[in-house]
Design a protein around this ligand. Structure first.
Ligand SMILES: C[S@@+](CC[C@H](N)C(=O)[O-])C[C@H]1O[C@@H](n2cnc3c(N)ncnc32)[C@H](O)[C@@H]1O
Length: 308
């Protein structure tokens, strides 16, 4: 007998995991049913020994500043950075909330928090460990809650997560959601076999890893359904890669194609030499200055109503 249960039922996951046979998509309930195995220890899809470094390297301070100012961060605000990673974005938000502001970075990875505390702790800037799939209690309420590159990892729980976060926003406070859309799926000049394989990986990530390559387009609906006001959406290019490959783009992209397929035991059926051959084909194509790759980034902000 095979017992499947809804992705949201994570409270019981350890009891039921042994009954899993396969992952599948149920068109009747419009839900993916999948194996949470790699998330047992509160690891997320991109977890690796180098994840703090990858996040630190790929964070562009002036872009984060621009995004946060667009979202409405102001001096004196109480700010929460949800899924704060190694703390670099938290420290940028903290600077923008000065003077008098207080900032809390929240992440469920001790590795990330250790890095953040070591490198970014300062007056009125703290980091705490919490899994944001669970309600946030005892941390008070915030004027500005910022969630960047987190919801993409939660195809089946993102609505619940945003609901939880709404409870920690002061009435009149701002919620800013930022994420990617059509993630890693827009390339030109890519060899056909590689293109097919990248698409298959992205499909399987949805089923096996709760990953949502299309979360960007959903952000507006999250705020709309929760009756946020003054909602504004902006769309920009995130990965916008052409010409000579920068070291940062090379490191970030190659880490993605190394870690994500491994976590779901992806089978590289079209490559006789398996992952190594796939990696060298990817690297060769990615180094080609004629290739063009982009991913749209969607920014969505709204204010929490005084009465709901
Ligand atoms: C891709 S990083 C984004 C980091 C940062 N927000 C940024 O914009 O660069 C996602 C972070 O969210 C954290 N994370 C993932 N799931 C989480 C959860 N359920 N609760 C708390 N943190 C989580 C991961 O540990 C990781 O540090």
């Amino acid at each position: 007998m095979t017992i499947h249960f809804q992705a949201e039922s994570i409270g019981f996951k350890s009891i039921f995991l042994k009954y899993y046979e396969k992952n599948y998509y149920d068109s009747k309930t419009n839900k993916y049913y999948f194996d949470y195995n790699f998330m047992k220890n509160k690891e997320y899809l991109m977890e690796s020994g180098k994840e703090a470094l990858r996040l630190e390297i790929k964070t562009n301070t002036s872009i984060v500043e621009k995004q946060a100012k667009w979202a409405g961060i102001k001096p004196g605000m109480r700010v929460a950075d949800i899924g704060c990673g190694p703390g670099i974005t938290t420290s940028i938000l903290h600077k923008l909330a000065q003077p008098e502001g207080e900032t809390i970075g929240i992440d469920f990875s001790e590795n990330r928090l250790e890095y953040a505390r070591k490198n970014y702790t300062q007056k009125k800037l703290h980091f705490i460990n919490h899994d944001v799939r669970e309600p946030l209690e005892d941390i008070g309420t915030f004027d500005f809650v910022w969630v960047r590159f987190l919801l993409e990892y939660y195809l089946n729980n993102s609505v619940e997560i945003v609901k939880n976060l709404t409870n920690i926003i002061k009435p009149g406070g701002i919620l800013c959601l930022i994420d990617l859309d059509h993630n890693c799926l827009n390339h030109f000049g890519i060899p056909e076999r590689l293109d097919r394989t990248v698409r298959k990986i992205m499909e399987q990530l949805q089923v096996k890893a709760n990953f949502d390559p299309y979360v960007g387009r959903k952000l507006y609906s999250f705020l709309y359904d929760l009756k946020f006001q003054n909602i504004v959406v902006d769309v920009k290019a995130h990965h916008n890669i052409y010409g000579k490959l920068s070291k940062n783009d090379e490191f970030n992209f190659l880490k993605k194609i190394e870690i994500a397929p491994q976590k779901i035991n992806f089978e590289f059926n079209e490559y006789e030499g398996g992952y190594d051959e796939f990696k060298s084909e990817t690297k060769k194509w990615f180094e080609e200055p004629r290739r063009f790759t982009y991913t749209p980034i969607i920014l969505c902000k709204g204010t929490k109503p005084f009465r709901r």
